[in-house]
Design a protein around this ligand. Sequence first.
Ligand code: U2F
Length: 453
Amino acid sequence: MSAAETAHVVAFAFPFGSHPTPLLHLVQRLAAAAPTVHFSYFNTKKSNHNVFSKANLHVYDNIKAYDVEDGLPEGHAFSGNPLEEIEFFIGATPENFRRRLDEIVEETGLKATCLLTDAFLSFSSEMAAEMGIPWVAVWTAGPTAVSIHSYTDLIHGRLGQTGHPENQDQTLDFLPGMAAIHASDLPQEVVHLDTPFSRLLHSMSRSLPRAAAVVLNSFDGIDPVVENDLSSKLRKVLNVGPFPLPSPMPPSDDQSGCLSWLSTQSAASVAYLSFGTMLTPPPHELVALADSLEEKQIPYLWSFRDNSKINLLQGFFERTSSRGKVVEWAPQLQVLAHSSVGVFVTHSGWNSVVESIVAGVPLICRPFFGDQMMNRRRVEDVWRIGVGVEGGIFTKSGMAGALNLVLFEEEGKKMRENIGGLRECALRAVAENGSSTQNFKSLVQIATSSHQD
Ligand code: U2F
């Protein structure tokens, strides 16, 4: 086959938080399913380094990774605002991706035949249209969040200033499947449209109906009303998750010792604590959380990376070392799957919620931003597989109560049963003829068919 005939799927990553990893996993699954197709994975240098050093990856010959510019001025001194890096990156798009793609096409002679990009990068819609190829958008969070973004204009029309305190308790019952969601749960990027990041997401909400398919790390049946509504508005919605399941769980060499430590603990006794890839709770909440674990004498495994805050907890870690373990990075999938873990204390990032469902572990949610408040609502009020922390922040007594409820009370048992039901649904979706398996086949077709023999 000549280079001109080879299908070439080009993936663009959004280089922050956990976004690049699920996209890379998807590219890997596609590369395994379509070995004659060439895959290019574009990401910033820093993020490529992070993703490839952490992910337990099988390296396929038909995938090549490329660095794109991050937009940061030389020697830039950061102000401490976490959005700063994102805004520089947004400023560099789409030219950074376009330039690099032109170079790669020139170097390899392989024209792009499909753009498979993080949904945030909605300029890809126009780029793909210019090239006359399909755009496949990968949404790394859940169906509720993508649906809410698609209703941004309507929400503004209905709720007006959603930021106003008097509107915060209103529910979004005027939207399909959103009766449980309150105005106070909305992402700031939906409420305020005046930052580069919120403008990016607003433009995404208008572009998604043009995507040949929108792919989610989710499974049919998790939110049927929202799923049906999305399907009526988008050309194709492909739930192909949960991502970790269709391929065998990557082995962990247990370098951190988490799994061997868990094996010394009793069944369903340990609280696993992790707040994802981007945040650490504020100091007073960290202290309250630690105090509650100490008072209740709960064994814990804590994934903690923020060196600027670790001193606060040094005394706690020392006093409780016989029943606790702290690591910089835990093999989360394997940790959650370990029978000693009884509860996951989380920021409610979508991947963490899905991974907890897959492992059958109930959650205590302390959401911070973006989709996390809506995920918490689903967990607590719709699926009933966990609780949010009292008052929305960690306090010693609130957290002690939540630990008690989930680990020791009848309600905790009920949560485990409910999560078992969702887990079954996820397992059915990824079985041989399950919906996620079928959707993945459709994805392979859409992404690779243009030139494939
Ligand atoms: C953003 O979420 P985060 O990246 O902060 O959090 P998650 O979606 O929960 O993903 C964290 C991933 O990192 C892994 C874990 C998840 O796959 O297994 N991990 C790990 O392996 N070991 C560790 O010690 C700690 C984490 C955003 F903030 C959220 O609001 C969005 O829902 C999310 C998806 O778009 O992206």
